[in-house]
Design a protein around this ligand. Structure first.
Ligand SMILES: *Cc1c(COP(=O)(O)O)cnc(C)c1O
Length: 228
């Protein structure tokens, strides 16, 4: 079985190649290492390889790892479905929340964030109306963004989307990805901190980079398959 170091080398090469093919700067695409279900020891190995940003979906598991690895001062991103009764914990345990898709959650995260730095948020959009995924449609994304802009403890940084499983023949990956990129670009000139389009996972890294992703979220191709 390949180890983390060789998987990471392979992944870095894939990112670089995809950027060159898309005529983009390889430094313009950030890697979020998705460490859900993986033990703290593996995260420590990833840190030794230079990774600093980690994504987690399950709150209880995440909080344990965050406490365990506190000394390393890593940047933790929450990328799971958000239950509103968990907002209090999420608001201060993470530096980023990528799955913001409703007003009530925005309000609660703002209310409970007590750290000096605002919580970075991405609005999760679901432009192909896939009922199996979270996320708001285009109109509601705009409403939600307007609301977030009034909340002092939240910093809107961009959009997040999950595309891989919805690559259906109806619209096609590139056209859906393009819609996300267009919506993202719409705000880029007005909001100085708006710098992140989180799109693409192990299976669709190349397509996402081609469509303008600035952050890819990779679990399987970095840490290996998840057994749970
Ligand atoms: C698990 C997960 C990923 C990583 O997916 P892989 O296919 O394992 O790379 C990315 N984004 C979200 C939102 C996830 O839940």
């Amino acid at each position: 079985m390949p180890d983390l170091s060789s998987r990471h080398a392979l992944l870095s090469e894939r990112i670089r190649t995809a950027c060159i093919a898309a005529q983009r700067d390889p430094n313009a695409v950030e890697l979020l290492a998705v460490s859900k279900t993986k033990p703290p020891g593996l995260i420590t190995e990833a840190v030794a390889l230079g990774m600093t940003q980690f994504g987690e979906n399950y709150l209880q598991e995440a909080v344990e790892k965050i406490q365990h690895l506190e000394q390393l001062s890593l940047e933790w991103h929450f990328i799971g479905r958000i239950q509103s009764n968990k907002c209090k914990t999420i608001a201060n345990a993470f530096s980023w929340v990528q799955t913001l898709d409703r007003s009530k959650v925005a309000q609660r995260l703002n209310q409970f964030r007590t750290l000096t730095e605002p919580l970075n948020v991405l609005i999760q959009v679901n432009l192909d109306d896939d009922p199996n995924k979270g996320g708001v449609d285009k109109k509601n994304a705009e409403h939600l963004l307007e609301q977030v802009l009034t909340l002092p403890n939240l910093a809107p940084r961009g959009l997040m989307t999950i595309l891989a499983k919805s690559t259906d023949s109806r619209v096609g990956y590139q056209s859906v990805a393009q819609l996300h990129h267009d919506l993202y670009e719409k705000y880029a000139s007005d909001l100085p901190q708006w710098d992140t389009l989180s799109m693409g996972m192990s299976a669709d890294i190349e397509a996402a980079i081609n469509a303008g992703a600035t952050m890819i979220r990779v679990g399987t191709d970095l840490f290996g398959a998840r057994t749970i």
